[in-house]
Ligand binder design. Sequence first.
Ligand code: SAH
Ligand code: SF4
Length: 378
Amino acid sequence: MKKYFIKVFGCAMNVADTERIAGWYEARGYRRTEKPREANEVVIVTCSVRQTAEDRVYGLINNLAKYKIPALPAGRQNTKYKIILTGCMLRYPLKYLKEKLPNVDEFVKISNFKFQNSNLHEHSSKVCALVPIMEGCNNFCSYCVVPYARGREVSRPFEEIVCEVEGLARRGYKEITLLGQNVNSYGKDFPPEEKRRFLNCFNDLNHCIKNLFATLLRTLHKIGGLEKISFLTSNPWDLDDNIIEAMALPKIDRYLHLPVQSGDDEILRKMNRHYTAEDYLKLVKKIRTKIPDIKIGTDIIVGFPGETEEQFQNTVQLCKKVGFVKAYVAMYSPRLQTAAYKLVDEISHKEKRRRWKILDDLINKNPAQNDKFLSYVR
Ligand code: SAH
Ligand code: SF4
C-alpha cells in the first residue's frame, strides 16, 4: 500500500489545507504515515511569513534528502520517496525555487490538490473542525506576503459553508473554527444581488452592511448540535457593530483574536493598517461593553523599520491598557515582494529580541498583571 507523509508549517489555514491534502491522498488509496522513511510521497506545506519559517523548511529538506540518495551501499535500503513542496513559499518564481531546493521533486500549488467538502475527509481533531470560509487577502499590510502567496480575497459560497457545517454537526462535531486571513470581510466580494439575497432572508437590511460575516455567524449559530463557534483572524477595521452583535450570541467563542501589530500611529500608518491606537482601544471598549466576558489576544510585530524606542513604548502602553490574554509577538522580518522590503531593516536582531522579550514577558508570562489591566478599557 502506498503511503504519504505530511509536514506542516505556519498558520491554521495551512493546517486546514493539510487536512484537505490528506483527503486527496486518501481518496487515491494512500495511507498516512508519521514516518517519512516509510512514505512514497512526502508533502511539505510551507509558510513564508517570516524568514525563520522558510529556514526551517530548508533544514527539513536537507535532512530528508540524506535518505533519498540514489545509490546507497549494498545492504542499505534506498528510500525512494518523492518530495513535494506546496504552500506559501510557492509565491517565488519556480526557477528560483528549483535552484534553491534541488532536492524537491515537485512544486505543487495548493489549489492543485483538488479540494472537496470537508465532510469527505477526516479532521486532525475529532472535536473541533477547521472550516475555511475564504482564501487570500486584499489588505496589503506593508510587511506581509499573504496577498502575494495566497492571492486576492475570494469568499466561499454561503450555502456551501452552511451545508458543510451542518454535515460536521451531524457527524458529531461540537466545535468549529472558521478560517480566513480576514474573516470580518467575508462576502464583501460577492455581487450586490447575491449579498441582498442573504440579507433579505435574514432581515438585516436595517443595518449598513458591507459584509456577510455577521449573517454567516447567525446562520451557523442555529445549527443544532454545535456548541462553540470560533473564528480566525479578525481585522480591527472590518469588525463592525453588526459583527459585534452577532459575536454576543451564546455559542460564539469568548476568545477573540484581534491583531494590533503596533500601538504607535506612525508605525501603523507605515504598516498600512487602517486604524490608530485610539481606534483600536475604542473598538476593544465597544466589544467589552457588549460582551463583558470576552478575552482578547493579538499579534504584534517589533522592530518594524524605523521603530524608535518611544514608538515601541507606545505599543507597550497599548498592551497594558488592553490586557491581552495572549500575544504572538514577532520580530520584523523583511520579505521580498512586500512594500516594506524597500525600507531599511536597521534595527539589530539583538534589539528586536529585547523588545520581543519585554512584550512576551508582559503578556504571555504575566497573566496576573494582565488581569489587573483587564478592567481598564471596560
Ligand atoms: N491575517 C492575519 C495575519 C496573517 S500573518 C492578520 O491580518 O492579522 C500572521 C502574523 O505574522 C501577522 O499578524 C504578523 O504579526 C506576523 N507577520 C506577518 N508578516 C511579518 C513579517 N514580515 N515580519 C514579522 N512578522 C510578520
Ligand atoms: Fe497580511 Fe495584513 Fe492580509 Fe493579515 S490583513 S494577511 S497581515 S496583508
